[in-house]
Design a binder for this molecule. Structure first.
Ligand code: 4NP
Length: 181
């Protein structure tokens, strides 16, 4: 679900557009979207970002997140119940700066489907934490799997925010020359 869609964030800085992707867009990537938005809001930085999520598959298109993802988010004061699943599409690859797959299979699927944009597709934990690990699919497991996914996503969200806010601060303000010499 896309909430904030304008192209330029506060202070004239260009917005970072981030798409979180998993298989079904009902368990991991809705949590990644909601938790990152929450962390960015808490840091007063949400206006710098355009945040969305999608799945590589369309089986759950139009559905709200899995009740177990809604429940673990709620437990941490985050409401993701209004999100609706959708499948990733070509426009996402042209419009987003960073497409972050929850596991290697997601990354491979996206890169194979959109090879011209492979360079902006990353494994989430590798991009955020320099940790080349998957966020495992909790769909066929129990509540503990969702709690583990939440904890990992929370850690990655905070690292991602730190990484991207440094990156944004180093960019020239839009419309301003980058050199005065
Ligand atoms: P997600 O989890 O990719 O984290 O949303 C899954 C949700 C549904 C299915 C697989 C994974 N499924 O097979 O329906």
């Amino acid at each position: 679900m896309l909430v904030n869609n304008s192209a330029v964030g506060m202070g004239g800085y260009p917005r970072h557009s981030i798409l979180f992707v998993c298989l079904g867009n009902i368990c991991r990537s809705p949590l990644a979207e909601g938790v990152f938005r929450h962390v960015a809001e808490a840091g007063g930085a949400d206006r710098l970002f355009r945040i969305d999520s999608a799945g590589t598959g369309a089986w759950h298109a139009g559905s709200p997140p899995d009740p177990r993802s809604i429940a673990i988010a709620n437990r941490h004061g985050i409401d993701i119940s209004q999100q609706r699943a959708r499948r990733i599409e070509a426009a996402d690859l042209t419009e987003c700066d960073h497409v972050l797959g929850m596991d290697r299979s997601n990354v491979d699927t996206i890169r194979n489907a959109f090879p011209a944009h492979a360079a902006k597709v990353h494994l989430y934990l590798d991009f955020a934490l320099r940790r080349g690990a998957d966020i495992p699919d909790p769909y066929h497991g129990g509540a503990q799997g969702f709690a583990d996914v939440y904890r990992t996503i929370r850690e990655a969200s905070e690292a991602l925010l730190a990484r991207l806010t440094v990156d944004i601060a180093s960019r020239p303000v839009s419309g301003q020359a980058s050199s005065t010499t």
